[in-house]
Design a protein around this ligand. Structure first.
Ligand SMILES: Nc1ncnc2c1ncn2[C@@H]1O[C@H](COP(=O)(O)OP(=O)(O)OP(=O)(O)O)[C@@H](O)[C@H]1O
Ligand SMILES: [Mg+2]
Length: 250
């Protein structure tokens, strides 16, 4: 289930565990997760509510500390990284799409999408140019001066994806990006993630409950009660979006 050589992998988790709280209130969310994520691929993470999916991707994205285990992200040991370096590493390399979009309500779509670049110290002009380009690539060129509450759920999700991609991260992590969307909008968002986010040297991890979008994954990682139980590698030649040619498969 896991690779013998890990060189070149986007993410390598070995025996990752996570406990929340202590004593009587202790919850063991992860109990030794082994996981490989390949560049140029979309990895789906699936499993029942409470099995540890959000906990795992939060650790991979450097937003949460593991209790034990080893973790390499884009070739770097992020468990051993100091706080400041981790923040810089995250800002440069990782995009995170939250289930509830987490857009800033008083900022327009383009301002929301520009935020990561402004935080990273780019000029407003550079940040806005990049935000405009990425919003256009997700089909929102005509909506970019609207506030989040003037956009539909699917449009807000696309702004959140644009914001997560604006700094061209090599790892994009999405937590249930289609959960709040109808079937059609969910398909559109997944198609968009494959088209915009996937490159030969970039990896995408998508947590989903939604079996309507399983066909978009190159790997489907099943979790149960804090561990990975199975990894499926679908035969993409039989998948509906097999037109999408992945660099790693060519
Ligand atoms: N901050 C926290 N404090 C205490 N327990 C937590 C915390 N975050 C998560 N947990 C617990 O860890 C377990 C895994 O939670 P997690 O959010 O990772 O599940 P999930 O697979 O993402 O579920 P869902 O599909 O419902 O989003 C759950 O039992 C949850 O209650
Ligand atoms: Mg979750």
């Amino acid at each position: 289930m896991i690779a013998k050589t890990t060189e070149g992998l986007a993410v390598v988790c070995r025996q990752i565990s996570k406990e929340f709280g202590s004593g009587e209130t202790k919850t063991v969310a992860l109990r030794g997760v082994d996981l490989d994520v390949f560049p140029g691929q979309m990895t789906l993470l699936v499993g029942q509510s409470g099995c540890g999916k959000t906990t795992l991707i939060s650790i991979i994205a450097g937003l949460l500390n593991a209790t034990s285990g080893s973790l390499s992200v884009l070739g770097e040991d992020i468990i051993g990284m100091s706080g400041t370096r981790l923040v810089q590493f995250r800002q440069k390399n990782i995009g995170f799409v939250f289930q509830q979009y987490n857009l800033l309500p008083t900022l327009t779509a383009i301002e929301n999408a520009a935020v990561p670049l402004i935080i990273a110290g780019k000029s407003r002009r550079q940040a806005f140019e990049a935000a405009k380009a990425i919003l256009s690539s997700v089909g929102l060129a005509s909506r970019m001066h609207l506030l989040p509450n003037q956009l539909s759920g699917g449009q807000q999700q696309r702004v959140a994806i644009a914001r997560a991609l604006v700094h061209e991260p090599r790892l994009l992590v999405c937590d249930e990006p289609t959960a709040a969307l109808d079937a059609q909008s969910g398909q559109t968002v997944m198609e968009l993630l494959r088209r915009v986010a996937l490159q030969p040297d970039r990896a995408v991890i998508v947590v989903t409950h939604d079996n309507r979008v399983f066909s978009f994954g190159d790997r489907i990682v099943h979790m149960d009660d804090g561990v990975v139980t199975n990894v499926e590698v679908p035969d993409r030649t039989t998948q509906p979006d097999s037109k999408v040619v992945l660099a790693s498969h060519t």
